[in-house]
Design a protein around this ligand. Structure first.
Ligand code: C2E
Ligand code: MG
Ligand code: MG
Length: 294
């Protein structure tokens, strides 16, 4: 009867929940070891100027070099790390490694070095009172020009605890670094709030780009975001550009920067070097050649 069925469902649910909790605990436990052994690696995804075709910079994306499972993506462990103090430890490693790599590229690549480094910061990291001090240490240790470091904050995370977020962002900005709002358009911010946060760049979530050639509404939304950003003196990066159709439409909207598989997937440092050396700006900029409408 209904009663027995309800009980069976409850047991299934309970087992699934327990397995999930156990998996989480196992990953959390393994992460502690991974941090001690520094089993992490960064990959770098190019960000391209849609006006000049040149490299604007790279976004650093963390991977876990798991001894058994191989390269594990951030979606599998960052959310778990974010529930504990582990995200602070991983975040510090990422920040140091990104700055170290930047300094190395400046020497090795000179004029072709990526001008800017974009590093993601989690909510818990932003709320910790010493983030600005940690960033300042890294800038000094690796002699990084502050304005070439961008910290990416998710839109949804700064809208909670607004006052603290604004204070933390101000402290970071006073170092001379730049602040990006990541995955813009997925959170619940009212647009007017953009004015309150001292930010520099909007990174438009890739779901807008993915839908741009499927629905006119998304084109209209993107257009509105790009004009809004221009009025607020913010730079705009469109994320997730995968094909030339999307690039054409996004360029036509006047979006300044782009990132996505069309240009390159995230690359290990040595491959990023090759990409930077071999990049021909004309590759992505010969608008007339591949866009009959332009
Ligand atoms: P995100 O910051 O939005 O990073 C962009 C993600 O989109 C990357 O996935 C990238 O590989 C993927 N991507 C880039 N271009 C395209 C495209 O054209 N099409 C599609 N379908 N995907 C594209 P990844 O590396 O798996 O990172 C996932 C998320 O994990 C990141 O999203 C970010 O929120 C988080 N993450 C990565 N590294 C770090 C880190 O060092 N710290 C923190 N806190 N979070 C990180
Ligand atoms: Mg990002
Ligand atoms: Mg993003």
């Amino acid at each position: 009867g209904a009663k027995a069925g309800g009980k069976a469902n409850y047991i299934v649910f309970d087992t699934a929940l327990r397995e999930k909790a156990e998996a989480r605990l196992r990953i959390e436990h393994e992460l502690r070891g991974a941090i001690a052994r520094e089993e992490f690696a960064l990959e770098y995804q190019p960000i391209i100027s849609l006006e000049t075709g040149k490299l604007e910079g790279v976004e650093a994306l963390v991977r876990w070099n798991h001894p058994v499972r191989g390269l594990v993506g951030p979606d599998e462990f960052i959310p778990i790390a974010e529930e504990t103090e582990l995200i602070g430890l991983i975040g510090n490693w990422v920040l140091n490694e990104a700055c170290r790599q930047m300094a190395e590229w400046r020497h090795a690549l000179a004029a072709t070095a990526p001008p800017n480094m974009h590093v993601k910061v989690s909510r818990r990291q932003l709320l910790q009172p010493n983030l600005a001090a940690i960033v300042q240490d890294n800038l000094a240790r690796h002699s990084i020009l502050p304005a070439s470091l961008h910290l990416e904050l998710a839109e949804s995370m700064i809208m909670q605890e607004r006052e603290t977020s604004i204070a933390r962002i101000r402290a970071l900005k006073s170092l001379g670094i730049k602040i990006d709002i990541d995955d813009f358009g997925t959170g619940y911010s009212s647009l007017s709030c953009l004015n309150e946060f001292p930010i520099d760049v909007l990174k438009i979530d890739r779901k807008f780009v993915a839908s741009i050639n499927r629905s006119q509404n998304f084109g209209a939304l993107l257009h509105a975001i790009v004009s809004l950003a221009a009025n607020l003196n913010l730079e705009v990066v469109a994320e997730g550009i995968e094909d030339f159709d999307q690039l054409t439409l996004i360029q036509a909207l006047g979006c300044e920067y782009g990132q996505g598989f069309l240009f390159s997937k995230p690359l290990p440092a040595d491959q990023l070097e090759a990409f930077a050396r071999e990049l021909h700006p004309a590759e992505f900029m010969a608008v007339d050649a591949w866009c009959p409408a332009a």
